[in-house]
Design a protein. Structure first.
Length: 333
């Protein structure tokens, strides 16, 4: 689950970055983020992550990052209708480029509740100095409602299949991670509706439907590679600083809807998942990854909780190597 902006993501960002934007870049080792996603435009890398109004950074080399103005200077007007306690803290964005526009999906929710919705905004450019830079919000794409839905509409990720059909994966806890076909304009669920469960862990049966439960999984991200769709997801618990237990696992499928299986052949719908990265004595947990190809190399982008800084969530970027069709990254230092 995501918390209300935790101590490090709120107070440290205020302390480290101050109130000014576009100031001197910080090295990646000092870049505080949660749930990072990345994209490249005209030689500049842009990072979006959980934060007030959706935090945004830029870099020329993926090594030093400059904090920019947030995506939303004023929150989406519909958000308080979904989460009554919403205070412009927007979770887990996802960014893509399609047909001349950037699409930014994002989550509005309340902690430990599935009173949640995924919205989407578009922009012609990510360069904040460009006269055409302006985010247009298109409202809700998917919404979950307590006592109606046994899933949670947060942590979106857009993927196009081999026929260029758009799909949105999402989810956290409850009865697993979902995938739904989107309309051609990427702004709503396609009709007739087509839904799939792509990953699940065992949930205790004696829990009320409003309880997120003990099946700790979230943050799906689908990456196409050599005829397979790779579904990355995070297991266990984020947002607890030095007590975080986050880790990333993966499965793969020949079709975007699944079924996804791990390297041992176990279905992700039966709790399967091949470990990609986890915490150690220096890093309490590592998770909520995204995966990209830049300049012919595949990269694994995520955050990890720095035990030397009281569990501050730090940006991590690692190159992926592939062994027998499965992604490998070096362990955390």
């Amino acid at each position: 689950m995501k918390t209300v902006l935790n101590f490090w993501v709120s107070l440290i960002i205020s302390f480290v970055y101050g109130s000014a934007f576009a100031q001197k870049a910080l090295p990646i080792s000092e870049t505080i983020v949660h749930d990072p996603v990345m994209i490249q435009q005209d030689g500049t890398y842009y990072l979006f992550c959980t934060g007030h109004g959706i935090s945004m950074f830029s870099s020329k080399d993926m090594k030093e990052w400059t904090l920019l103005k947030p995506v939303f200077e004023t929150p989406p007007t519909w958000a308080t209708g979904v989460a009554a306690d919403f205070k412009d803290h927007i979770w887990a964005p996802d960014v893509s480029y399609h047909n001349g526009q950037y699409y930014l999906y994002y989550s509005v929710s309340s902690f430990a509740k599935n009173t949640s919705a995924i919205g989407v905004a578009t922009n012609k450019t990510l360069n904040q100095s460009d006269k055409n830079y302006k985010w247009e919000d298109h409202g809700i794409v998917v919404q979950s409602v307590p006592n109606r839905d046994l899933w949670n509409a947060i942590d979106p990720n857009l993927i196009f299949d081999e026929n260029n059909t758009p799909w949105l994966s999402f989810g956290s806890f409850w009865n697993g991670l979902k995938m739904v076909k989107l309309s051609a304009d990427l702004l709503s669920v396609a009709k007739p509706e087509e839904w799939y469960t792509v990953a699940r862990r065992e949930r205790s049966f004696n829990l009320p439907d409003t309880d997120p439960g003990d099946a700790a999984l979230e943050a799906p991200f689908v990456f196409k590679k050599d005829g397979y769709y790779y579904l990355f997801l995070s297991w266990d618990y984020c947002c607890r600083g030095e007590k975080s237990t986050y880790k990333v696992v993966v499965g793969r499928s020949k079709t975007v809807q699944g079924p996804y299986v791990d390297a041992a052949g176990k279905s992700l719908n039966d709790g399967g998942g091949t470990l990609v990265i986890e915490g150690n004595k220096n890093w309490a947990g590592a998770g909520h990854n995204s995966t990209y190809t830049f300049n012919g190399k595949d990269y694994f982008v995520f955050h990890a909780y720095d035990n030397a800084k009281k569990g501050a969530p730090k940006l991590k970027i690692k190159e992926i190597k592939w062994e027998n069709g499965w992604p490998k990254v070096t362990p955390l230092d």
